[in-house]
Design a binder for this molecule. Structure first.
Ligand SMILES: Cc1cc2nc3c(=O)[nH]c(=O)nc-3n(C[C@H](O)[C@H](O)[C@H](O)COP(=O)(O)OP(=O)(O)OC[C@H]3O[C@@H](n4cnc5c(N)ncnc54)[C@H](O)[C@@H]3O)c2cc1C
Length: 505
């Protein structure tokens, strides 16, 4: 049955569903996730509008029954304390009120219009997730053994990966356990994390143990892991191949170049991972909504957010294997810190209507308090040195040099310490950002005709024609485009007129 969705703009987030093919041993079956149907007709229609698709692969480990694991034999790994949050406003996002009746709980939250919502969670049992907020459930660390490697080696011929059944390219950052046993043959054991899937389920996720070997082999393999000698598998591990769209066919707004108003986000763009999908989904959603309202797209810069690095990499570079974001991918990572995220993004969030005014004002007040304290430390002398100079000493903390009557919150103190201790490095990185800003700000018109720029090298011309960068900064990051090519483009753009054959986008 054909289903049609109509919209002024569309955001496609197909995950692993696009022509998904699940492999368990030599069995393969169409599926998007275990027990869910794949999406089969869409790839053809994407190709029809001119998008080039490729094939990638990912995998997932088995899920075990919690009570069948012997936790006495393995090491506890507790969560971070204090619990870190993505947001500065966690107390506003939700809080839980426990009424007199133990099972009558409410979850409170504000929406973007600052309307207050209350949801009742009567359906959860007393040991529900809401009881666990504030006290995290620990994970456990365990290891594979020599027997694990033996079982895997004896069954490699049943693996769809090693028998050539799987053609998609997998993520190098999450190799399957059979990959690890083959590639790192000298290692006697591999670390495994046993992670609860949630507070209300008995399922344990065996992190580090993804495999596509047959189910009977998985049972044997699992029982060679320390603590899992009697473990029961609730759901088998599997590998999955799926279609993706080469993301250099997208604009930095995540709109496809070939089809206006169609946006792609998440795994369909060749990424893998929650944060990658969430970051793109947010930006594609923002930009699809702005297009409907006739507004310009929002594009985060590389020096502004990891999302900026992620999307710029996707639309600029060749993605041939699943992409994950890492701090090491960000050249400006000293200024992309968790503690200054609100400083980087709250003004923008407020301006585009995503951050409530009171949060923006709070963030502004926090930044002013940080700046005032830094200025005070730079101007206050203690003997022959300022307090800021004292704080620069590696062994010295804010609390060591400041009397206890200063009443600043811990997050402001952390910001002050970081800014003062790393001032030299941060200033250097800010200079670098300012130097590159000219290139980042220089827009390249949509239909710019690279064929008409005579002195560009052929490789550079081909790459520029393929990627069609939005700015000179993006052009400079394309592999195969040299600083000399950028110099030539700069001259053409400075002339203010695009080459004569413009208009054949
Ligand atoms: C089992 C498993 C474990 C994972 N573990 C981790 C992990 O620990 N850490 C990590 O970072 N990443 C993990 N990932 C990867 C991560 O989940 C994905 O990269 C991410 O969720 C992709 O997001 P997405 O929005 O692109 O697609 P998805 O989250 O897959 O969303 C696709 C959506 O399409 C919907 N859909 C399917 N068919 C139709 C249809 N016909 N019509 C309308 N909607 C449809 C589906 O219901 C689904 O909601 C895991 C993935 C899997 C499958």
């Amino acid at each position: 049955m054909e289903v049609q969705y109509h919209g002024k703009t569309i955001v496609l987030t197909t995950g692993t569903f696009l022509n998904g093919l699940i492999h368990i041993g030599q069995n393969h079956q169409s599926g998007g996730r275990f027990g869910e149907p794949a999406v089969t007709g869409l790839s053809a229609s994407l190709k029809e509008i001119g998008l080039e698709l490729g094939r990638l692969k990912t995998g997932t480990p088995p899920r075990l029954l919690r009570r069948s694991i012997n936790f006495d034999k393995i090491e506890v790994q507790s969560g971070d304390e204090p619990v870190p949050y993505f947001t500065n406003w966690k107390e506003d996002l939700f809080h839980v009120e426990q009424s007199e009746a133990a099972n009558n709980r409410k979850l409170f939250g504000w929406d973007r219009d600052q309307k207050f919502h209350v949801e009742h969670f009567n359906k959860y049992p007393p040991e529900s997730i809401l009881d666990k907020i504030g006290s995290q459930i620990p994970c456990h660390i365990t290891y594979t053994t020599k027997s694990t490697a033996e079982v895997i080696r004896a069954n490699l011929h049943h693996s769809p990966l090693y028998s050539g059944k799987i053609h998609g390219i997998g993520t190098r950052y999450c190799p399957s356990i059979e990959d690890k046993i083959v590639r790192f043959a000298e290692k006697e054991r591999h670390q495994i994390f046993l992670e609860p899937e949630g507070a209300t389920t008995e399922e344990i996720y065996v992190n580090g143990f993804s495999t596509s070997l047959p189910f009977e082999v998985q049972v044997q393999m699992v029982r060679t892991i320390i603590g899992c000698e009697n473990a029961e598998i609730l759901r088998p591990a599997y590998a999955i191949e799926y279609d993706f769209c080469f993301p250099n066919q997208l604009r930095p707004s995540l709109e496809t170049k070939v089809c206006q108003n169609l946006y792609l986000a998440g795994q369909i763009n060749g990424t893998s991972g929650y944060e990658e999908a969430a970051g793109q989904g947010l930006m594609a959603g923002i930009n699809a909504a702005r297009r409907v309202n006739g507004l310009d797209p929002v594009v985060l810069r590389r020096d502004q957010a990891y999302i900026g690095v992620l999307i710029d990499d996707l639309v600029t570079k060749d993605t041939t294997e699943p992409y994950r974001i890492f701090t090491s991918r960000a050249e400006h990572r000293l200024i992309l810190r968790q503690d200054n995220a609100d400083e980087r993004l709250s003004k923008l969030g407020f301006e585009i209507g995503l951050l409530p005014k009171r949060h923006y004002l709070e963030s502004k007040a926090r930044q002013e308090a940080v700046a005032a304290e830094i200025a005070r430390l730079r101007q206050t002398w203690s003997g022959s040195r300022t307090l800021a100079q004292l704080l620069c000493q590696p062994e010295c903390s804010y609390r060591d040099i400041i009397s206890t009557d200063v009443n600043l919150s811990d997050d402001i103190i952390l910001r002050v310490e970081t800014d003062i201790k790393y001032a030299g490095y941060i200033a250097r990185q800010e200079e670098e950002v300012a130097r590159l800003k000219n290139l980042e700000d220089k827009q390249i018109p949509d239909g710019f005709d690279y064929q008409a720029v005579p002195s560009l090298r052929t490789e550079a011309r081909q790459k520029l024609l393929k990627i069609r960068p939005a700015t000179l900064g993006q052009a400079a990051r394309i592999a195969g485009v040299s600083p000399a090519d950028i110099g030539i483009l700069m001259v053409w753009l400075k002339r203010g007129s695009t080459p004569s054959r413009v208009g054949k986008a």
